[in-house]
Ligand binder design. Structure first.
Ligand code: AHM
Ligand code: MG
Length: 319
């Protein structure tokens, strides 16, 4: 990934802004960008547990709830969004349009988009003050759906600077997002052609080694001789390192949890879509992530994502 001032043609975004120009997709990422400084500013006071659990049985922090509410309000207000789903909400929210009234996301005519978010991915990093982010998938089908129904995906990364990566059929763009001092945001394009570097440098694998299946441990042993470990505990940050330096990120199947930890609709599918558009690959160990058929909104899936040759070697190792 290029540095913020390395592309001489880069500059402020025109109005709207998704590379492929779909107005609903542009509006979704405008809304996500607009809320990013507000979410960031709210984090210092929201590092504590909220006292509730989400649909995956995980403890929810006050920051998770704040981001979920802010993004939910902004995205459900958009024309062309028929359905809103969040990792922090048990059921889908009917956002208007032609979505059926039973809250399951059954579209009446198939026209509106469904938007899935992980409001604060890696939020356990709030306590230790490390990177985290927001993941967004825009589907043109009722959810749950496969990743083949994504029309765009992106994430905001709350690192030392706030960046947003957006992918659609036209390519992958990275922007820096800053408050404009007037209640809005200033967005500067870093690159509109983000590609995985050919020579991979880094790897990051989640979970505990004793919980990994032997075949994955054997693969990890190979990879650690070739690449540098970069694991921060937030998928968004760890995948951003892979997009920047080349390499492989995994949250693998575990011996006692063959479905791994990450959620297909909110995490794995959007990340797989972005990395594939950037020239990489993503698998659950057997299939392309984008081909995995979900049973429910909160299904989990093992995720192995990065440079194609590293992902192919992983698939062979797990075979
Ligand atoms: P979250 O969305 O509830 O924060 O959980 C997902 C996160 C990922 O960002 C990260 O890859 C993983 O959980 C880290 O898990 P672990 O702490 O087990 O390494
Ligand atoms: Mg997450």
């Amino acid at each position: 990934m290029a540095g913020p001032d390395s592309d001489p043609d880069a500059g402020p975004l025109p109005d709207g802004g998704a590379p492929g120009g779909d107005p609903v997709v542009a509006a979704v990422f405008d809304a996500v960008a607009a809320t990013a400084p507000e979410i960031r500013a709210a984090l210092p006071g929201r590092r504590v547990e909220s006292g509730t659990e989400n649909a995956s049985g995980e403890s929810v922090l006050a920051g998770d709830l704040y981001a979920d509410e802010l993004l939910g309000d902004a995205i459900t207000a958009l024309d062309g969004v028929g359905l809103f789903v969040s990792e922090e909400r048990e059921t889908a929210v009917d956002a208007g349009g032609a979505v059926g009234g039973d809250g399951t996301g059954e579209t009446a005519d198939g026209s509106p988009y469904a938007v899935a978010i992980d409001p604060l991915d890696g939020s356990s990093n709030l306590r230790s003050n490390n990177a985290m982010g927001t993941v967004v998938g825009v589907y043109d089908a009722p959810l749950p759906a496969t990743g083949r129904d994504l029309v765009a995906a992106g994430y905001v990364l709350y690192g030392p600077i706030t960046t947003m990566v957006v992918a659609d059929e036209a390519g992958v763009r990275e922007e820096v997002i800053e408050p404009d001092g007037d209640g809005g945001v200033e967005r500067s394009v870093v690159t509109d052609d983000l590609r995985l570097p050919d020579d991979p440098l880094v790897y990051g694998f989640g979970g505990r080694v004793p919980d990994w299946p032997d075949a994955f441990t054997a693969y990890a042993r190979e990879v650690e001789d070739e690449l540098k470990l970069r694991y921060g505990g937030a998928m968004v940050g760890d995948v951003n390192q892979v997009l920047t330096y080349g390499g492989v990120f995994a949250y693998p199947a575990l011996v006692d949890a063959p479905e791994g930890k990450l959620r297909l609709s909110f995490e794995a599918n959007p990340i797989a879509y972005i990395v594939e558009r950037a020239g990489g690959a993503a698998t659950d160990g057997e299939r392309d992530i984008l081909d995995v058929e979900p049973d429910g909104l909160h299904d989990r899936v093992p995720l192995y994502v990065g440079n194609e040759d590293l992902v192919e070697r992983l698939k062979a190792a797990l075979d």
